[in-house]
Design a protein around this ligand. Structure first.
Ligand code: GLU
Length: 297
């Protein structure tokens, strides 16, 4: 494949909620192969914005496993826990432009209402009375437009974010930043041009593209990989206790992830050579149109 003119930059953005498992290794490896095949850079971002869900030590363990697998980044990892000022600046810009509004609904109000954007929120306003005893959440005033994009594997996508998602949260009432806002601000900050990640995030992408438009940020190319599922069709994730990959046997872990991605496994005695050959030959064709595939655990 010819190298494109523009410098390309990919990334892997794990949440530190457990060890690296085979499902997340697939995303890490595919993003690395895709970036390297284009002669591009590859960066890491630790998405540690949700302390209640964080597992102590897992960020370090994920980074150590990636390094043992030969998946070296071109810069020090970015930690989202250090990026609050940048998220606050983005929220302020959205507020100044009239794109964000405060929401005083409690979780029980929302649970009771179910269709949040029809009953408690209309036309970008929250109808729950202001409460003096706590901070509000901040939501995006989502316009009634259809967001379209062409996914590198899943093809043409379209979503009316207003009718299908509603006025989504940017900052929670407890002060935590939303994944959508943090992801968009940091993809732009890190100069990401290629987002390669699992299909479970396909329906977040229109929200992210909408935020990029409203914040005047560039939109990267998106490529959503089939989800790694177990024999019973369940998504492999840290929350379903997927086994951590065996970083003591990195060649075998890489071989398994390459097979999942439908790639040949190069015959090489070390991970660096294996990765180099795999990047040269990386071919998306076996993955096209697949949304899920079983991984041999
Ligand atoms: N942190 C997310 C996860 O671990 C990935 C976010 C992304 O790639 O945009 O599922």
């Amino acid at each position: 494949m010819p190298h494109s003119q523009e410098p390309r930059t990919g990334r892997f953005a794990p949440s530190p909620t457990g060890d690296l498992h085979s499902g997340s290794l697939v995303a890490a490896l595919a993003s690395w192969l895709h970036a390297r095949q284009q002669g591009g850079a590859w960066l890491l971002r630790v998405e540690d914005i949700d302390p209640p869900r964080e597992v102590a030590g897992s960020a370090a363990s994920i980074l150590a496993a990636l390094s043992r697998l030969g998946l070296q980044a071109d810069a020090a990892p970015l930690y989202q826990s250090q990026r609050g000022d940048a998220y606050a600046t983005a929220l302020q810009r959205l507020r100044d432009a009239g794109h964000a509004f405060p929401c005083w609904c409690s979780r029980s109000d929302l649970d009771a209402a179910h269709a949040i954007h029809h009953e408690l929120h209309r036309d970008g306003h929250c109808f729950t009375p202001r409460r003096g005893d706590r901070e509000p959440a901040w939501r995006l005033r989502v316009p009634d437009t259809v967001i379209e994009f062409d996914d590198g594997l899943q093809g043409a996508q379209r979503q009316n974010v207003r009718s299908e998602v509603g006025d989504f949260v940017l900052k929670r009432a407890d002060g935590l930043w939303s994944y959508q806002l943090a992801c968009v601000v940091d993809d732009a900050f890190q100069g990401i041009t290629e987002v390669v990640r699992g299909c479970d995030l396909l329906d977040s992408t229109p929200r992210q593209i909408l935020l990029q438009c409203l914040l005047g940020l560039p939109t990267p190319a998106y490529l959503h990989l089939p989800l790694a599922v177990d024999g019973g069709g369940r998504k492999l994730s840290k929350s379903t206790d997927a086994p951590a990959i065996d970083a003591c046997d990195p060649r075998n872990a890489l071989a398994q992830a390459l097979r999942f991605l439908g790639q040949d496994v190069p015959d090489a005695s070390d991970v660096a050579t294996m990765l180099q050959f795999a990047a040269q030959d990386f071919d998306l064709a076996p993955l096209r149109g697949m949304t899920a595939s079983a991984v041999d655990a």
